[in-house]
Design a binder for this molecule. Structure first.
Ligand code: BGC
Length: 468
């Protein structure tokens, strides 16, 4: 039974899957991830110069930094509703335009208010694109390749962060914060052009009764004309959902498990502290004894490179090793590296080898995030929700993700000051251990299963041990 459900369409069609059309679609949608990474990463380098141009107080620096996160939290709330109502493609296309406007607004800002408006608008776009891009890719990808195609989005996030560090460094000498912020328009333009040519998600089209268009897209995806079985599978699923799936059902007994899973993973992805490193790497390295600015910049670049490299590894193995294995290895590795780092700060910060220990354990922590919670959270939330409510349910998980991102960003420096690095990193280590248990108990293995099979397993109330 499982193997029957595991893939839709004929086996031959599956073999020819992940053809160049599907890869193009995934790479284009992943431009959304690039914007996500670039626009969250760029502010660290630009802030110094923004502060002198606009005479920003420390408090206002915090406001400028958090404007993006606040916009993202707010917009994830209604972005899912837009994606379910108007379609994934139209939402992505409009987002691309708003990204361009936001980048230009912030780059040309003559006042703090204009800057805040631009950054807030970009934040809203990031909040929505962060889940609509993986959603679109998941709905277009063949099951066997879905893990790596959706994770392309996470790879693009990490590349965006790295590129933002490089751009910041390149323009730092002249202090041109306008170029730093304005260059965000480039991936926006690429996304707009790409989405103008790509088709709508076949699953969303079927939900709207646009069967012929959906069949055309599925034929392109599989490079085959044999899509009848897959269409029948999706339609059977929609019939099972009926007209009745709404918020009440999502919180009811059948779909409570995926809701809890999505929101829980969203929270663990953030409260285990990844963005303390992404946003504040130089500060952490300074407290470990690297005092020069060059060392701080190199450290940030090193974090960026490790993040990209291990995300590539995750992408290569996620469809083979599976989501569960990556999550369990990832969270346990994060916990161990954080404990080593905290131990170093607690007992050995005066010893000569400590600076190396700090670098190695911090890099290991980023590497374990990059193979586990980083890509797997966004991948799983694109897979586990029922089609009718998929956008809205992903939106809820995404609000939790951005909300806790904001919370960690606002509290980290305070924690560091009040309790010191050893206690702060021990806290994130303990939360990683709780995250491991959460994943162990609740995460089913979704590799190779069609989205329709996943939905049916929830409806049957199948225990996660029996998914494979
Ligand atoms: C997270 C971001 C984080 C990034 C780092 C993403 O999956 O959602 O908060 O900055 O990974 O690579």
């Amino acid at each position: 039974m499982n193997s029957e459900l595991r893939t839709s369409g004929s086996a031959a069609a599956e073999l020819r899957s992940a053809n160049s059309f599907t890869i193009m679609a995934a790479v284009t949608a992943a431009m959304g991830g690039l914007l996500f990474g670039y626009d969250t990463g760029v502010i660290s380098g630009a802030l110094l110069f923004l502060s002198s141009s606009f005479a920003l107080s420390t408090e206002m620096q915090g406001v400028v930094t958090s404007a993006v996160l606040a916009g993202a939290c707010l917009a994830s709330g209604f972005g899912g509703w837009l994606a379910d109502l108007f379609g994934r493609r139209i939402v992505m296309l409009n987002l691309a335009l708003f990204f361009i406007i936001g980048a230009l607004l912030s780059a040309l800002a003559e006042s703090v208010d204009a800057l805040l408006l631009g950054r807030f608008l970009i934040g809203m776009c990031i909040g929505i694109v962060s889940f609509v891009a993986p959603l679109y890719i998941a709905e277009i990808a063949p099951p066997r390749h879905r893990g790596k195609l959706v994770s392309l989005n996470q790879l693009a996030i990490t590349i965006g962060i790295l590129v933002s560090y490089i751009v910041d460094t390149a323009f730092a000498a002249e202090g041109s914060w306008r170029w730093m912020l304005g260059l965000g328009a480039v991936p926006g333009i690429l996304l707009a052009i790409g989405m103008a040519y790509l088709p709508e998600s076949p699953r969303w089209l079927l939900k709207c009764g646009r069967d012929t268009e959906a069949a055309d897209v599925l034929k392109q995806v599989h490079g085959s004309t044999d899509v009848i079985a897959e269409i029948a599978d999706i339609k059977a699923d929609l019939a099972l959902e009926g007209d009745t799936i709404g918020w009440r059902q999502l919180l009811g007994p059948t779909f409570r498990r995926p809701m809890l899973l999505g929101v829980g993973l969203a929270i663990f992805q953030q409260i285990t502290g990844i963005n303390t490193v992404i946003y504040y790497a130089p500060i952490i390295f300074q407290s470990a004894g690297y005092k020069s600015a060059t060392a701080a910049i190199l450290a940030a670049a090193g974090v960026g490179v490790i993040n990209v490299a291990f995300t590539i590894l995750a992408l290569r193995i996620v469809d083979g090793a599976g989501r569960r294995a990556l999550l369990l290895v990832g969270t346990s590795g994060m916990a161990v590296s954080l404990l080593v780092l905290a131990g170093g700060f607690a007992f050995g910060s005066a010893l000569p080898g400590f600076q190396w220990l700090a670098i190695v354990s911090l890099m290991a922590y980023v590497a374990f995030f990059a193979i586990g919670l980083g890509p797997v959270f966004w991948l799983l939330i694109s897979e586990i929700f029922p089609l009718t409510m998929r956008g809205r349910a992903m939106g809820v998980a995404t609000i939790a993700n951005w909300g806790f991102n904001l919370l960690v960003a606002l509290t980290f420096l305070q924690l560091l000051q009040s309790y010191g690095p050893a206690a702060t990193f021990t806290l994130y280590a303990l939360l990683s251990i709780v995250g491991w248990f959460f994943a162990y108990r609740l995460v089913p293995e979704t590799k190779g299963l069609s989205l329709e099979a996943i939905e049916r397993f929830w409806m049957e109330g199948r225990p996660i041990r029996q998914w494979h």
